[in-house]
Ligand binder design. Sequence first.
Ligand code: KIV
Length: 276
Amino acid sequence: MSATAHKTAPLPDDIRGRKGGDPLVSLTAYTTPMAQMMDDHCDFVLVGDSVGMVLHGLPSTLGVTMDMMIMHGQAVARGLQSAMMVIDMPFGSYEESPQHAFRNAARLMAETGAGAVKLEGGAHMAETIAFLVMRGIPVMAHIGLTPQSINTLGGYKVQGRGDAGAALITDAKAVAAAGAFAVVLEKVPANLADQITSDIDIPTIGIGASAGCDGQILVVDDMLGLFTAFKAKFVKRYAELGTQGEAAIAEYAREVRARSFPGPEHIFADQAPGKG
Ligand code: KIV
């Protein structure tokens, strides 16, 4: 495709306008090559704070910093032309006050070129969401299993089962009313995800939720089989790149030890070809 033939990336309002339409497609990305690979296939790409666990080997997302998000956001931005980029606000960068959230969200947007930020939390974050949106920062909300609250949620459990579902419906309505343009529903029962999807007028983006959501997101390293420390039930592996990569590395090691790599086609003669 020529440089001028690229479609332009959707804006948050375009994403909002897809409510009830064709499902929105989304993945996470943390690097330029991954972003390039998904640019033509995704409506938006999330620079998720999952980067901490997936690329940096952290035990949770709590250790992810603003500087890490900015560095990965800049890398992803270099790989995107057609998909909108959303960037996660890391733990500790937005919870304290709407003003603190604004300063960090503005920095993330200015230094990475992201089209929107994502933050975790429901009704208790509504004031902050409204504060950011009123000041020009589009916000994607994230409710259900919110990994930054893992220590108060007591683990990576399904959220909103039984009577707890009512609180999640309240959260979804609160973030929509505050001006979020979409909301991620993570690890919630499918019937609750369907109920929320019909109750609110912004797109729901499911991860471990329901095929009835307005869109889906997965962590790219999970779906490509590159992150193998554990596999959540909601992850479908579309490839096994981790296994393939390890086999390739083992083959390389065997060939180096056998002196069969590099072969004649990988080495240089003393004289360039064609020179007498
Ligand atoms: O950080 C992340 O990758 C996310 C997705 C799982 C939605 O928040």
